[in-house]
Design a protein around this ligand. Structure first.
Ligand SMILES: [Cu+2]
Length: 161
C-alpha cells in the first residue's frame, strides 16, 4: 500500500471515531424550558391558573395574575371558548387608561393573533424586563368603543427581578 492511502485511511478512521465520541457525549445544558400557561378566553374574562370567574366587579381584572422571573421564556396557549374573537397581549400597566396607545406588546412576540371562537393560538416570548405589566384582550369586537379589557378581560403580569 502506498503512504497516501494509509494516511487517507487513518484520517477517515480518526474522523469516524471522533464523530462517534462526539455523538456519545452527554449533551450540554438543555435550552431553558418554556413555562406553559394555559388560558381560556371568553366574554369577558380569562380562565386559567386556578382562576375561573366569568363576571368580575367593574374596573377590576377578570383573569389570573401571571407571575414570572425576568428572562423567563413563557409559552401562552390561548383557547377561545367564547363567541367572539379574542387575543392575548402583554402591555404597559397604563394600557387600560390610554385607549389610543394600543396594539403594541411590551415584549417582542408577546401578542397572539386574533383568535376565533373554538380556535387556539400559541405564542412564545421572553419576559425580558422586571416590572409590573398587564395582559389582556384589546380587541373591540362587539364592544366598540370599549375594548374587551375595558370589560374586565385583563390580568396582572408581574415580572420579578
Ligand atoms: Cu377579547
Amino acid at each position: 500500500m502506498n503512504k497516501g492511502i494509509i494516511i487517507g485511511i487513518v484520517v477517515v478512521a480518526i474522523i469516524v471515531v471522533g464523530a462517534a465520541a462526539f455523538l456519545a457525549m452527554p449533551q450540554g445544558p438543555q435550552a431553558p424550558q418554556a413555562r406553559t400557561i394555559n388560558l381560556e378566553a371568553r366574554e369577558f374574562s380569562f380562565k386559567g391558573l386556578g382562576f375561573d370567574k366569568v363576571v368580575c366587579d367593574l374596573g377590576t381584572s377578570c383573569g389570573p395574575t401571571i407571575t414570572l422571573k425576568a428572562g423567563e421564556t413563557v409559552r401562552v396557549v390561548l383557547k377561545n371558548i367564547g363567541g367572539a374573537d379574542h387575543e392575548f397581549m402583554v402591555a404597559e400597566e397604563g394600557a387600560l387608561k390610554e385607549k389610543a396607545a394600543m396594539h403594541e406588546p411590551i415584549f417582542k412576540e408577546a401578542m397572539s393573533e386574533e383568535t376565533k371562537p373554538g380556535q387556539t393560538s400559541t405564542i412564545t416570548f421572553v419576559a425580558e424586563k422586571a416590572g409590573k405589566y398587564i395582559y389582556g384582550c384589546f380587541l373591540d369586537v362587539a364592544t366598540k368603543p370599549d375594548r374587551h379589557a375595558d370589560r374586565g378581560m385583563w390580568g396582572e403580569f408581574m415580572v420579578e427581578a
